[in-house]
Design a protein around this ligand. Structure first.
Ligand code: ACM
Ligand code: ZN
Length: 755
């Protein structure tokens, strides 16, 4: 009987369907609006007929082919009955909405636009098991934002067209639909402009032995023994004198190819040739474009273009005229960020322009340029996008503002009050260049419309994430920065932020496993289970918590960077002496995680203190007007205010130059080793009984540091210092045995009532 059932099941599968038990529903990112599991599944045949009611949607067959397991061939059978049918459905939005129905007999995809077809196929890809089965399901899905953008800086380091196309595939798989191509900057010019050949003949190449980004990348490769910091051979060449040059550029033919590829994925390409700042390479090739004829650095940024010179304006328009031919989309990005305006103050031509146009100052000169360029864009039927500096000196009401300076929320407020459409890419959440162990959770917590009134929210076109590549020389390194935060931003752009992190983290792990199998790099989730500085009384138990299945952890005790030959962590072990562990996780495919360093030191239990006088809950906090860069000198600065606080965080009303000194006692419930942490931007330091337990000092962006103290039951003196000068954050507390970070529990913090 059993044999007969097995035979029946096998026959059923051969016929194209699966057994009736409900297969596990794969982990989808972004999560769809609604999903109803069906019964059984559809088994993909060796040749999958793909029937599109609308022949203009046929290019999606290529994405479908790349989305299915090896061994399944897609055959377009336009208009005929087929196992995979795509139809246009009225009532679905035109920005990516779709309905996907998988039954044991086949797949039906309804969409309101080509973007919807691509989004549906992206979901199907994630539903499909490596065995070629797709669980039966009904999905109805639509994006929250029409604009789901990703920017790649190919100027600081160059990425080949094949690498760009591979990222475009990933964009489509995660339902991004605007590729912003940052094509030029101070460090490289990457697009062929026929009128100005020197831009690529010279401007696309540099001597890496004298270039600060390349030198630093070389140092990082050495320090971390990480080849992904090395310049790829394919982007190196020798000039006629045998000098090694680094760089690369896209011919106009390459650009057309990439744009067509993106179009087949439902992705619009938004080119950016950054002007009037970030133009050093252009100025180096054509010195007449700058005010002084020299290409140099000013106080903060590089020599900008001379806006008093009509020939410069002709250059700008000439470049964009060629771009308009290559990029057929409505939006074109002018850049216009970070302009060194000092040069214009000293330039007679720029001053003449200011006088002639009746402008108040250099800020208005920048705004005049943006408007002039916008007029030109509009004449060519294009809409200008600019970084939020286009608000300086008077914003045109029709430009799209890409808000990035999260420390200047007023630029966003001004833009929406002015009636402009905005795209959100705040540094705080959407910049992929920097990251730390908490970055994924932090990005996932981003709610783009938080704090915006309904009307203002209506002006938000969407969310846009950016990868700047100063220290990202290779594709592997780029992927390390992009993934897995790309998943979080995909979900924020598609279905909104603010969802619970833990279920998302589990879904991320299954996507990373697939990335690993596909040979793609990503930031391996961080190991946990230890502090930066660990204390023990007799011996220390080292027990790691693995964030991700299938990791191999290797470690050293001699200070060297662990590699694939280092000692392997086989399970918890005991240390009897002091040492420094350096640990690194490796995925099954050999992707290496961050190197983490854990110092283990012996320390007897610290005795509790007898404190005279009545104690009350909370700590005292003193705010100093502090502008320095280290915690030690905070209390030498002028005093601004005194507080009693229940929690260790920046008290309400404290802003600007912040130096905070929290003092009091910690009431320890029982003898033990306690793990402390701070998460701060900028620096923070925790002392217990006068000893530094957490050293998170120095000027830096958000960083977590942790440390332990061996404490006996009772009161222990606690001091926490923190400083910041530009809208920072402070969190501090204890790490429990499961690794959960929590603020100090109620009643643990004490201060003297008469303090
Ligand atoms: C930027 O990050 N400079 C837009
Ligand atoms: Zn000038």
């Amino acid at each position: 009987m059993k044999r007969l059932l097995l035979l029946l099941a096998a026959l059923c599968c051969l016929a194209g369907c699966c057994d009736t038990s409900a297969p596990a529903m794969p982990d989808l990112i972004p999560r769809p609006s609604s999903l109803r599991p069906g019964s059984g599944c559809f088994r993909l045949p060796a040749t999958l007929g793909f029937s599109c009611a609308d022949s203009t949607w046929l290019p999606a067959a290529e994405f479908l082919q790349r989305s299915l397991p090896d061994g399944v061939a897609v055959e377009s059978v336009c208009g005929e009955k087929a196992p995979f049918t795509v139809v246009r459905a009225e009532g679905l939005d035109t920005i990516g909405g779709y309905r996907l129905s998988v039954t044991r007999r086949g797949i039906r995809l309804e969409a309101g636009s080509y973007g919807g077809v691509i989004a549906g196929i992206a979901t199907l890809r994630q539903l499909t098991g490596s065995d070629g089965t797709v669980p039966a399901v009904e999905i109805e899905d639509a994006p929250r934002f029409a604009w789901r953008g990703f920017m790649l800086d190919v100027a600081r380091h160059f990425f080949t067209k094949e690498e760009v196309m591979a990222l475009l595939d990933r964009m489509a798989q995660y339902k991004f639909n605007k590729f912003h191509w940052h094509l030029t900057d101070d460090q490289g010019w990457r697009i062929e402009i026929k009128r100005y050949p020197a831009l690529t003949e010279q401007g696309a190449w540099r001597d890496p032995s004298t270039h600060n980004h390349d030198i630093r990348c070389g140092e990082l490769a050495e320090e971390w023994r990480d080849a992904s910091y090395l310049l790829p051979e394919k982007n190196l060449r020798r000039d006629a004198d045998g000098r090694l040059l680094y760089g690369g550029y896209y011919t106009q033919e390459d650009i057309r190819e990439v744009v067509a590829y993106a179009a087949s994925l439902g992705i619009d390409v938004i080119p950016e040739v950054d002007m009037p700042g970030h133009s050093l390479r252009a100025v180096a090739c054509y010195p007449g474009l700058s005010c002084t004829g020299r290409a140099e650095w000013g106080e903060a940024f590089s020599t900008p273009l001379c806006l008093g010179n009509d020939a410069t304006l002709d250059f700008c328009k000439g470049v964009y005229e060629e771009l308009f031919e290559l990029f057929p989309y409505a939006y074109v990005h002018l850049g216009a960020d970070e302009v060194e305006k000092r040069n214009w103050e000293r330039c007679p031509k720029c001053q003449q322009r200011i006088a002639r146009e009746g402008l108040a100052d250099e800020k208005e000169l920048q705004s005049w340029f943006v408007r002039e360029m916008e007029r030109f864009f509009n004449e060519h039927g294009r809409c200008l996008v600019g970084w939020d500096e286009i608000t300086d000196g008077g914003l045109s009401p029709t430009a799209v503002v890409q808000w990035w300076r999260s420390w200047l929320p007023q630029t966003l407020d001004e833009s929406v009050a002015n009636g402009n459409s905005v795209v959100l890419s705040p540094v705080e959440f959407a910049y992929l260049s920097e990251q730390n162990s908490r970055s994924l959770a932090k990005v996932y917590g981003y709610e783009p419309l938080a704090g915006l009134a309904d009307e203002a929210a209506g002006q938000v076109l969407g969310v846009h994430t950016n990868l700047w590549t100063e220290f990202v020389p290779s594709f592997e390194r780029a992927c390390f920065h992009i993934f897995p935060r790309f998943f979080a931003l995909s979900e924020i752009a598609w279905c909104g932020g603010g969802a619970e992190f833990e279920p998302f983290r589990r879904r991320v792990n299954s996507h990373l496993k697939r990335f690993d199998e596909e040979g793609w790099n990503f930031r391996v989730p961080d190991l946990d289970g230890f502090c930066d500085r660990n204390e023990f009384v007799d011996s220390a138990r080292v027990e790691l918590r693995m964030p991700f299945e299938g990791l191999t952890v290797r470690y050293t005790t001699d200070g060297s960077v662990p590699d694939s030959a280092s000692m392997r962590y086989e399970g918890p072990f005991t240390l009897h002496g002091e040492c420094t562990l350096r640990l690194r996780a490796f995925t099954a495919a050999g992707n290496a995680g961050e190197v983490v360093t854990a110092r283990y030191v012996r320390h007897p239990l610290r005795e509790a203190e007898e404190v005279a006088g009545p104690l009350a809950d909370g700590l005292t906090a003193v705010w100093y007007d502090y502008r320095g860069r280290s915690c030690a000198e905070i209390d030498a600065a002028p005093l601004k205010g005194r507080y009693v606080v229940e929690e260790v965080r920046i008290p309400d009303g404290v802003s600007g130059n912040i130096g905070l000194l929290f003092e009091g006692w910690l009431d320890i419930p029982e003898d033990g080793i306690y793990s402390f942490y701070t998460y701060s931007d900028d620096g923070s330091v925790v002392r217990v009984d006068g000893d530094v337990v957490v050293d998170n000092d120095g000027a830096h962006s958000r960083v977590e540091r942790s440390g332990q103290a061996a404490l006996s039951k009772g009161l222990h003196r606690l001091e926490i210092r923190y400083f910041d000068s530009n809208g920072g954050i402070l969190e501090a507390g204890l790490i429990d045995s499961a690794g959960v970070r929590r603020p100090f529990a109620e009643g643990m913090l004490k201060h003297r009532r008469d303090a």
